[in-house]
Design a protein around this ligand. Structure first.
Ligand code: NAD
Length: 234
Protein backbone atom coordinates (compact mmCIF):
# COMPACT_ATOMS: atom_id res chain seq x y z
CA UNK A 1 0.00 0.00 0.00
CA UNK A 2 1.41 3.44 -0.86
CA UNK A 3 0.28 7.02 -0.58
CA UNK A 4 0.95 7.45 -4.32
CA UNK A 5 3.18 5.94 -7.05
CA UNK A 6 6.14 4.07 -5.58
CA UNK A 7 9.43 5.91 -6.24
CA UNK A 8 12.01 3.89 -8.22
CA UNK A 9 15.71 3.84 -7.44
CA UNK A 10 16.51 4.51 -11.11
CA UNK A 11 14.95 7.99 -10.92
CA UNK A 12 17.43 9.27 -8.32
CA UNK A 13 21.16 10.05 -8.16
CA UNK A 14 22.08 10.19 -4.48
CA UNK A 15 20.18 7.58 -2.53
CA UNK A 16 20.43 7.27 1.22
CA UNK A 17 19.20 4.22 3.12
CA UNK A 18 18.52 4.85 6.79
CA UNK A 19 18.03 1.47 8.39
CA UNK A 20 16.90 0.01 11.71
CA UNK A 21 16.23 -3.27 13.44
CA UNK A 22 13.21 -4.07 11.20
CA UNK A 23 15.54 -4.60 8.23
CA UNK A 24 17.26 -7.46 10.07
CA UNK A 25 14.02 -8.95 11.40
CA UNK A 26 13.75 -11.18 8.31
CA UNK A 27 17.22 -12.51 9.14
CA UNK A 28 15.86 -13.72 12.47
CA UNK A 29 17.28 -10.95 14.68
CA UNK A 30 14.58 -9.67 17.04
CA UNK A 31 13.74 -5.97 16.83
CA UNK A 32 14.22 -3.72 19.82
CA UNK A 33 10.59 -3.19 20.64
CA UNK A 34 7.88 -5.79 20.67
CA UNK A 35 7.66 -9.54 21.14
CA UNK A 36 11.00 -11.31 21.48
CA UNK A 37 12.81 -7.99 21.89
CA UNK A 38 15.99 -8.37 23.89
CA UNK A 39 15.09 -5.62 26.37
CA UNK A 40 11.87 -7.32 27.41
CA UNK A 41 14.05 -10.12 28.82
CA UNK A 42 17.13 -8.25 30.06
CA UNK A 43 17.44 -4.99 31.95
CA UNK A 44 19.84 -2.70 30.11
CA UNK A 45 21.07 -1.30 33.44
CA UNK A 46 22.63 -4.70 34.15
CA UNK A 47 23.97 -5.46 30.66
CA UNK A 48 24.22 -2.53 28.31
CA UNK A 49 25.50 0.65 29.85
CA UNK A 50 28.89 1.91 30.94
CA UNK A 51 27.90 1.69 34.61
CA UNK A 52 27.14 -2.02 34.28
CA UNK A 53 30.45 -2.59 32.49
CA UNK A 54 32.41 -0.76 35.20
CA UNK A 55 30.61 -2.80 37.86
CA UNK A 56 30.83 -6.25 36.30
CA UNK A 57 32.58 -6.54 32.90
CA UNK A 58 32.40 -10.36 32.92
CA UNK A 59 28.59 -10.29 33.21
CA UNK A 60 28.35 -7.71 30.42
CA UNK A 61 30.65 -9.81 28.21
CA UNK A 62 28.65 -13.00 28.90
CA UNK A 63 25.58 -11.17 27.62
CA UNK A 64 27.36 -9.76 24.55
CA UNK A 65 28.86 -13.15 23.73
CA UNK A 66 25.30 -14.51 23.65
CA UNK A 67 24.27 -11.70 21.27
CA UNK A 68 27.33 -12.32 19.08
CA UNK A 69 26.57 -16.04 18.94
CA UNK A 70 22.92 -15.39 18.01
CA UNK A 71 23.78 -12.87 15.27
CA UNK A 72 26.62 -15.03 13.90
CA UNK A 73 24.03 -17.71 13.12
CA UNK A 74 21.99 -15.23 11.01
CA UNK A 75 22.53 -14.35 7.37
CA UNK A 76 21.85 -11.10 5.50
CA UNK A 77 18.41 -11.21 3.85
CA UNK A 78 17.13 -9.99 0.48
CA UNK A 79 16.62 -6.49 1.90
CA UNK A 80 20.32 -6.16 2.77
CA UNK A 81 21.21 -7.61 -0.63
CA UNK A 82 19.03 -5.15 -2.57
CA UNK A 83 20.62 -2.23 -0.70
CA UNK A 84 24.13 -3.54 -1.50
CA UNK A 85 23.11 -4.04 -5.17
CA UNK A 86 21.78 -0.47 -5.44
CA UNK A 87 25.04 0.77 -3.96
CA UNK A 88 27.04 -1.23 -6.54
CA UNK A 89 24.90 0.10 -9.39
CA UNK A 90 24.88 3.74 -8.22
CA UNK A 91 28.13 5.03 -6.75
CA UNK A 92 26.51 7.83 -4.76
CA UNK A 93 24.41 5.54 -2.60
CA UNK A 94 25.02 5.63 1.14
CA UNK A 95 23.89 3.58 4.10
CA UNK A 96 23.38 4.96 7.59
CA UNK A 97 22.29 2.31 10.06
CA UNK A 98 21.24 2.06 13.65
CA UNK A 99 21.93 -1.66 13.57
CA UNK A 100 24.94 -3.19 15.27
CA UNK A 101 24.69 -6.61 13.65
CA UNK A 102 27.16 -6.08 10.76
CA UNK A 103 24.74 -7.59 8.20
CA UNK A 104 25.07 -4.66 5.79
CA UNK A 105 28.81 -5.28 5.48
CA UNK A 106 28.27 -9.05 5.20
CA UNK A 107 25.93 -8.45 2.26
CA UNK A 108 28.58 -6.37 0.47
CA UNK A 109 27.60 -2.81 1.39
CA UNK A 110 30.50 -0.32 1.66
CA UNK A 111 31.30 2.58 3.99
CA UNK A 112 28.29 1.98 6.18
CA UNK A 113 27.85 4.63 8.87
CA UNK A 114 27.13 2.61 12.00
CA UNK A 115 25.54 5.17 14.28
CA UNK A 116 25.28 2.80 17.21
CA UNK A 117 28.57 0.99 16.70
CA UNK A 118 29.10 -2.70 16.01
CA UNK A 119 28.90 -5.99 17.85
CA UNK A 120 31.99 -6.96 15.85
CA UNK A 121 34.33 -4.25 17.08
CA UNK A 122 35.98 -3.90 20.47
CA UNK A 123 37.92 -1.05 21.98
CA UNK A 124 40.27 -0.42 24.85
CA UNK A 125 39.41 2.91 26.41
CA UNK A 126 42.67 2.96 28.36
CA UNK A 127 44.88 2.64 25.27
CA UNK A 128 42.39 4.28 22.91
CA UNK A 129 42.54 1.34 20.50
CA UNK A 130 39.65 0.02 18.38
CA UNK A 131 39.79 -3.23 16.44
CA UNK A 132 37.55 -5.66 14.58
CA UNK A 133 36.89 -8.92 16.37
CA UNK A 134 34.61 -11.72 15.19
CA UNK A 135 35.51 -14.38 17.75
CA UNK A 136 32.63 -16.05 19.57
CA UNK A 137 33.07 -16.05 22.50
CA UNK A 138 35.26 -12.96 22.35
CA UNK A 139 38.71 -13.94 23.65
CA UNK A 140 40.75 -12.73 25.38
CA UNK A 141 38.50 -10.32 27.21
CA UNK A 142 41.42 -8.22 28.37
CA UNK A 143 43.75 -6.07 26.32
CA UNK A 144 47.51 -6.53 26.78
CA UNK A 145 47.44 -3.43 29.03
CA UNK A 146 45.21 -5.32 31.48
CA UNK A 147 42.01 -3.32 30.92
CA UNK A 148 38.91 -5.07 29.60
CA UNK A 149 38.07 -4.73 25.93
CA UNK A 150 34.68 -3.04 25.66
CA UNK A 151 32.13 -3.76 22.91
CA UNK A 152 32.33 -0.75 20.54
CA UNK A 153 28.60 -0.19 20.81
CA UNK A 154 26.70 2.94 21.72
CA UNK A 155 25.06 1.67 24.90
CA UNK A 156 22.19 3.25 26.74
CA UNK A 157 23.30 6.59 28.20
CA UNK A 158 26.30 6.84 25.77
CA UNK A 159 26.67 9.69 23.31
CA UNK A 160 26.95 9.02 19.58
CA UNK A 161 30.40 9.38 18.05
CA UNK A 162 30.38 12.97 16.72
CA UNK A 163 32.31 11.91 13.57
CA UNK A 164 29.58 9.41 12.66
CA UNK A 165 26.89 11.94 13.40
CA UNK A 166 28.59 14.51 11.20
CA UNK A 167 29.03 12.07 8.30
CA UNK A 168 25.40 11.00 8.56
CA UNK A 169 24.28 14.63 8.55
CA UNK A 170 26.33 15.40 5.44
CA UNK A 171 24.93 12.38 3.59
CA UNK A 172 21.37 13.24 4.57
CA UNK A 173 21.81 16.80 3.42
CA UNK A 174 23.16 15.68 0.05
CA UNK A 175 20.71 12.88 -0.82
CA UNK A 176 17.84 13.25 -3.28
CA UNK A 177 16.09 10.08 -2.08
CA UNK A 178 15.82 9.03 1.56
CA UNK A 179 14.58 5.51 2.24
CA UNK A 180 14.00 4.72 5.92
CA UNK A 181 13.73 0.99 6.43
CA UNK A 182 12.45 -0.81 9.53
CA UNK A 183 12.96 1.85 12.15
CA UNK A 184 10.47 2.95 14.76
CA UNK A 185 11.84 6.49 14.68
CA UNK A 186 11.79 6.87 18.43
CA UNK A 187 15.43 6.30 19.44
CA UNK A 188 17.09 9.72 19.70
CA UNK A 189 19.18 11.40 18.45
CA UNK A 190 19.22 8.98 15.46
CA UNK A 191 15.49 9.45 14.93
CA UNK A 192 16.03 13.13 14.23
CA UNK A 193 18.37 12.56 11.30
CA UNK A 194 15.78 11.88 8.55
CA UNK A 195 14.42 15.39 9.13
CA UNK A 196 17.59 16.82 7.58
CA UNK A 197 16.76 15.17 4.23
CA UNK A 198 13.12 16.23 4.56
CA UNK A 199 14.09 19.87 5.08
CA UNK A 200 16.53 19.83 2.16
CA UNK A 201 13.87 18.72 -0.30
CA UNK A 202 14.71 15.03 -0.83
CA UNK A 203 11.99 12.59 -1.80
CA UNK A 204 11.26 10.57 1.34
CA UNK A 205 10.05 6.99 1.74
CA UNK A 206 9.28 5.06 4.91
CA UNK A 207 9.27 1.27 4.71
CA UNK A 208 7.73 -0.49 7.68
CA UNK A 209 5.24 -3.21 8.48
CA UNK A 210 3.15 -0.65 10.37
CA UNK A 211 2.74 3.08 10.98
CA UNK A 212 5.25 4.71 13.32
CA UNK A 213 5.08 7.97 15.30
CA UNK A 214 6.98 9.69 12.43
CA UNK A 215 5.12 8.17 9.45
CA UNK A 216 3.24 11.38 8.68
CA UNK A 217 6.54 13.17 7.95
CA UNK A 218 7.26 10.91 4.94
CA UNK A 219 5.94 11.58 1.43
CA UNK A 220 5.66 7.87 0.64
CA UNK A 221 4.77 5.13 3.09
CA UNK A 222 5.32 1.58 1.92
CA UNK A 223 3.70 -0.97 4.19
CA UNK A 224 5.07 -4.50 4.22
CA UNK A 225 8.24 -6.47 4.83
CA UNK A 226 11.47 -4.61 4.15
CA UNK A 227 12.72 -7.04 1.49
CA UNK A 228 9.43 -6.92 -0.44
CA UNK A 229 9.06 -3.14 -0.32
CA UNK A 230 12.69 -2.61 -1.39
CA UNK A 231 12.12 -5.03 -4.28
CA UNK A 232 9.11 -2.93 -5.31
CA UNK A 233 11.35 0.13 -5.67
CA UNK A 234 13.73 -1.53 -8.18
P1 NAD B 1 12.91 -0.70 16.75
O1 NAD B 1 12.92 -2.09 17.29
O2 NAD B 1 12.60 0.41 17.67
O3 NAD B 1 11.88 -0.65 15.54
C1 NAD B 1 11.86 -1.63 14.55
C2 NAD B 1 10.86 -1.22 13.51
O4 NAD B 1 10.92 -2.16 12.45
C3 NAD B 1 9.42 -1.19 14.02
O5 NAD B 1 8.84 0.05 13.64
C4 NAD B 1 8.75 -2.37 13.32
O6 NAD B 1 7.39 -2.11 13.00
C5 NAD B 1 9.59 -2.49 12.05
N1 NAD B 1 9.66 -3.83 11.46
C6 NAD B 1 9.65 -5.03 12.09
N2 NAD B 1 9.79 -6.03 11.21
C7 NAD B 1 9.89 -5.46 9.99
C8 NAD B 1 10.05 -5.96 8.66
N3 NAD B 1 10.15 -7.29 8.41
N4 NAD B 1 10.10 -5.08 7.63
C9 NAD B 1 9.99 -3.73 7.87
N5 NAD B 1 9.84 -3.21 9.09
C10 NAD B 1 9.79 -4.05 10.14
O7 NAD B 1 14.31 -0.50 16.03
P2 NAD B 1 15.15 0.82 15.70
O8 NAD B 1 14.24 1.89 15.24
O9 NAD B 1 16.25 0.37 14.86
O10 NAD B 1 15.73 1.27 17.12
C11 NAD B 1 16.16 0.33 18.07
C12 NAD B 1 17.59 0.45 18.59
O11 NAD B 1 18.09 -0.85 19.00
C13 NAD B 1 18.54 0.88 17.52
O12 NAD B 1 19.65 1.43 18.12
C14 NAD B 1 18.92 -0.45 16.91
O13 NAD B 1 20.10 -0.43 16.21
C15 NAD B 1 19.09 -1.34 18.11
N6 NAD B 1 18.85 -2.74 17.70
C16 NAD B 1 19.62 -3.27 16.71
C17 NAD B 1 19.39 -4.55 16.23
C18 NAD B 1 20.27 -5.07 15.13
O14 NAD B 1 21.42 -4.67 15.03
N7 NAD B 1 19.75 -5.94 14.27
C19 NAD B 1 18.34 -5.30 16.76
C20 NAD B 1 17.56 -4.74 17.80
C21 NAD B 1 17.82 -3.44 18.26
Amino acid sequence: MTTNATPRFGDFHRILFFTGAGLSAESGIPTYRGKGGVWTEYDYEDYACQRAFARDPEKVWDFHDKRRAAVARCEPNDGHRIIADVQRERADTAVVTQNIDGLHARSGARDVVELHGSLWRVRCDRERVVRDDVTVPMTPRQCSCGAYWRPDIVWFEDALDPRNLERAQELLLACDLLVSVGTSGVVYPAAELPRIAMRSGATTVEINVEDTPVSALYQHRLRGKASEMLAAMR
